[in-house]
Design a protein around this ligand. Structure first.
Ligand code: ADE
Length: 228
């Protein structure tokens, strides 16, 4: 998969993509991540990429031209499955969307800033808009980081234990069961005995029961969700 990220803070991503699974997936050549500095596509001397709102009102709006030029250049080089805009006023990202996006070959992700982007970009250029939650971040970079992390870890080969991503919370509309590791007793706090007896069938049944209990208690809405 190739991911092209368009941002006014290219430096931000240097760290984000240099650790753990994001770093390994690039080393293993499963994913190629390219960062594009939007200011390089500004045609004015100040390299500005925003302007006042038509109609008045507080907050600057990102100009259409640099965004269009950058995306046009990328599209002239390859075709893209989606051109995604990260924004709080969009459909909320969920596991089903991550699963779908993990099958993509090429993605562009545009990080917004200020008050937002000229609406014509959303009408004519963007193919998918995603929010990571009902709160407003200072920019789309953090949201984009969440998106690429949650998508890349699903691509076969990125996680050493291939089954573990499939067992995550949300993959089957259930939150995950409690997990433990050594020591079996700490401060007098015991690991549930059933996990120590080696009976796989019983352990599976216990885990399912715990998943259902946890989901009912904390996210009853998930029972209604279709994740495929
Ligand atoms: N940009 C600012 N806030 C955001 C959010 N909640 N999700 C996606 N992009 C954003």
């Amino acid at each position: 998969m190739r991911i092209d990220i368009i941002t006014i803070f290219p430096e931000f991503f240097k760290e984000v993509i240099s650790y753990s699974i994001l770093e390994k997936s690039q080393t293993k050549k499963i994913v190629e991540i390219k960062i594009h500095d939007l200011r390089k596509y500004s045609l004015n001397n100040q390299k500005s990429v925003d302007d006042y709102q038509y109609g008045g009102g507080a907050g600057m709006v990102m100009n259409i031209e640099p965004i269009d030029l950058c995306i046009k250049k990328l599209k002239s080089e390859r075709s893209y499955d989606d051109i995604i805009y990260m924004t709080p006023d969009a459909k909320k990202l969920d596991q089903a969307e991550c699963n779908k996006l993990s099958l993509s070959k090429n993605l562009i992700i545009l990080c917004g800033h200020y008050k937002g982007i000229d609406h014509r970009v959303r009408e004519h250029i963007i193919t998918k808009e995603l929010s990571i939650g009902d709160y407003v971040l200072t920019g789309g970079e953090l949201a984009c980081s969440v998106l690429i992390d949650s998508v890349i870890r699903l691509i076969p080969g990125t996680i050493s234990d291939g089954t573990s991503a499939l067992e995550d919370s949300f993959q089957d509309s259930l939150l995950t069961y409690p997990i433990y590791t050594r020591p079996s007793t700490y401060n007098g706090w015991e690991v549930p005995k059933i996990l120590l007896n080696g009976n796989e069938k019983e352990i599976k049944r216990w885990r399912e029961k715990k998943s259902i209990e946890k989901t009912k208690a904390t996210r009853p809405d998930l029972f209604k969700k279709d994740f495929l």
